[in-house]
Structure formats: C-alpha cells, structure tokens
Write a protein that binds this ligand. Structure first.
Ligand code: CA
Length: 229
C-alpha cells in the first residue's frame, strides 16, 4: 500500500522537525512548510492525504489556510493549537478542520487522531455516488450538493456531514453520542452541546427557510430525520 503523505505547516521549526521524524518513523511520507503562504503552495503541489496545521502562522494564519484548503478539498485537517487558544475559533466558526491537538501533545495522541481522520474521510468516500432523499430535499454525496426543490443549499463541511448522516439513517433516532462518533469522528471531549449547535444551524438553513420539518428532536435522546409525517 502506498504511504499516506502528510503536510505539516508549523512555524516552530523544532516541533515541525520532531513531528516529521516521528511520522516518517511510522511510515508516512512527510513534507514540511514553516509559513501559511508557502504551506498553501505546497498543499496544491504535493497533494497530501492529510494536513497538520498550526493555528498561529506567519504570512497566512492557520484558520485562513484551513478555509482556503476546504474550499476545494476534503483532505482531513488536524489543527495544532497552543494552550489557551480558544477552540471555538477552530471548531465553532467551522473553519473546516476535522480535529485538533493542543501543544504540548503526545505523539501517540496525534497519530491516533490522524488515523481516525484518515479512516473517516475514506469511509465517507465509500459513499460517493450516493443520492439520498428526504421529502423535497436531495443530497448528492459525490458532488457534495444539497438541494431543496432544485434550489442549492449552501452548507459547511460539518453541516453537510451531519445532514448526510441523519438522512442516511432517516426515520431512526440517533443519539448525540452516535452523531459525535460518526460525524465528528472521535470521542469528543468538551462541549457536548456542539451537536445541538449544528442541528440549529441546519434547521435555520433548511427547516426554517423552507418551512418544512426535516429534523425532529427526541428530548433527552437525540435527533432523527423524518421522511413522512
Ligand atoms: Ca505557531
């Protein structure tokens, strides 16, 4: 099997070097950049399988790199943050990052998160070509497009994945934990209400806008996408 290629964008040279050596030792192919602008160039040239991205970078910030990459790539992105940098910035604003580690981190922690992120993106691409329907809503997973009555709905990556997961399991009640494990992709530690927050985003863009009840709440349990009334 071909080795996965990792791009590290990190301006702390020593840390970048340390991660590079550890990842090479684990069998990854590794390239390294030390600022945001060069990192973006390298991303497009090297086409890595996964991106490790420091939050505070010279030239172009990690958040901005993340947004730009996310515009036309589904590559897993793990943010590397310093203690005290508010994670809301990364996850709440939905920059498109898949996960994050906080410095200082154990290399095993990073490796575990990388494996999960790579596995998740792969299981998602297995669904490529699937067209899901819920009432007048259509999800085309290959094109990553959601339409309501032929009108395209703009969703962030996370919103799309949450909706996809709910509709794939439509008419089945899904717990918050199941959603976290399948959409966020790991045992999420921190704000457990992140699911509710994203359900709210979806409802604003779908239920409220089109005046159709797509997503139902089962109090104290979770959510489900209901096909028929
Ligand atoms: Ca930095």
């Amino acid at each position: 099997m071909k080795a996965d290629k990792v791009l590290i964008i990190e301006d702390e040279i020593k840390l970048a070097r340390f991660i590079e050596l550890e990842l090479k030792h684990e069998g990854y192919e590794v390239c390294v950049s030390n600022d945001g602008r060069d990192g973006l160039d390298m991303f497009y040239n090297e086409k890595p399988d996964i991106l490790l991205l420091d939050l505070m970078l010279p030239e172009i910030s990690g958040i901005e790199v993340c947004r730009r990459v996310r515009k036309n790539s589904k590559v897993p992105i793990i943010m590397i943050t310093a203690k005290g940098e508010i994670m809301d910035k990364v996850l709440g604003l939905d920059s498109g990052a898949d996960d994050y580690v906080t410095k200082p981190f154990a290399i095993e922690e990073l490796l575990a998160r990388m494996r999960v992120a790579l596995k998740r993106v792969r299981s998602f691409t297995e669904d490529t070509g699937v067209v899901l329907k819920l009432k007048n809503l259509v999800i085309d997973s290959a094109k990553r497009i959601v339409k309501v009555d032929d009108e395209e709905v703009e969703l962030t990556k996370r919103e799309f994945e949450l909706l996809f997961y709910l509709v794939k399991n439509k008419n089945i009640v899904i717990t918050r934990d199941q959603i976290l494990n399948n959409v966020w992709g790991y045992d999420y530690i921190g704000e457990t209400n992140v699911v509710d927050v994203y359900i709210r985003y979806l409802r604003t863009k779908l239920d409220d806008k089109y005046n159709v009840k797509y997503i139902h709440t089962i109090r104290g349990v979770g959510y489900f996408a209901k096909d028929e009334e």
